[in-house]
Design a protein around this ligand. Structure first.
Ligand SMILES: [Fe+2]
Ligand SMILES: [Fe+2]
Length: 274
């Protein structure tokens, strides 16, 4: 199965690069499953129902979230109407929506998409490791699900690496989100799970993690904020990770970074481009 995961979509520039670029990638690379993190899609904070629909229409089979999941209050309501909008599974019991979704793939299979949040320098949520075990309970890779994608939304590289090893051999891909900067450590772990500490964001890199640089600079240098965070303008990059799985096991056969446009050095999955 051919899987593309795209990191946090930030604001209109991020949405535009996804809606304009993703449909072509779905056909050029014959993608079977696309997962997009949409936690910053609405002006940098949260997601609306209309934006969710646009990202789905561009080719995403599931949209994951994170600490900004419910910044747009309407998400608390419309998430219940969707079948493929996934918020962190370790939120408290009673939180609207779901932390994992079983979705149909383009090649006639089924994939489980899980969103989990780390706790180091993050909100004190339930244990992400135990939450992952619950999400995978009864959904064995290669039997019940042809692929399992875990979006681990966390701040520290150490917690992300530990989580990758914790999932190794049980899922197709563990990919980090939240820090908005693509890392170079994409690889297949010893148990067969593809891993990348951070997918990077879909947005403008001429800013501070996707936000216009002026206000963050003001807060760092003067310690007094004078405005709101606004998404950075400028040409956006489309960033993520590409994985090809073994159809028999659901584990990874190939993994590559994807970085297209926005002034970043370009990266493409050579195994799909011949
Ligand atoms: Fe984010
Ligand atoms: Fe985040």
């Amino acid at each position: 199965m051919r899987i593309l995961f795209l990191g946090d979509v930030v604001g209109r520039t991020g949405r535009d690069v996804v809606t304009s670029g993703l449909p072509g990638l779905v056909s050029d690379w014959a993608l079977d499953l696309v997962v997009v993190n949409g936690e910053n899609a609405a002006g940098g904070f949260g997601i609306t129902e209309a934006i969710y629909a646009d990202i789905r229409a561009a080719g995403a089979d599931a949209v994951t979230l994170g600490n900004h999941a419910f910044d747009q209050r309407e998400a608390l309501v419309f998430i219940e109407r969707t079948d493929a909008l996934v918020r962190p599974c370790n939120y408290p019991a009673g939180t609207p929506g779901r932390g994992a979704a079983l979705v149909d793939t383009r090649n006639g299979g089924r994939a489980l998409v899980v969103n989990v949040m780390g706790r180091t320098f993050m909100d004190p949520l339930d244990d992400p490791f135990a939450a992952l075990d619950r999400a995978l309970d009864g959904v064995e890779l290669g039997r019940v699900a042809d692929a399992i994608v875990v979006d681990f939304h966390a701040e520290t590289t150490s917690e992300k690496q530990a989580f990758g090893h914790y999932c190794d051999g049980r899922v197709s891909l563990v990919v980090g989100t939240h820090t908005h900067v693509p890392t170079a450590d994409y690889r297949i772990l010893s148990g067969g799970t593809a891993y990348m500490t951070d997918a990077g964001m879909c947005g403008s890199y001429d800013g501070v993690i996707g936000m216009d640089k002026e206000e963050p600079l003001r807060r760092f240098t003067r310690k007094i904020g004078a405005g709101r965070f606004e998404p950075a303008a400028g040409p956006a990059a489309l960033c993520g990770v590409a994985v090809e799985t073994d159809p028999a096991t659901g584990l990874a056969r190939h993994v590559a970074a994807v970085r297209l446009g926005g002034g970043l050095s370009e990266a493409r999955p050579s195994f799909w481009e011949g």
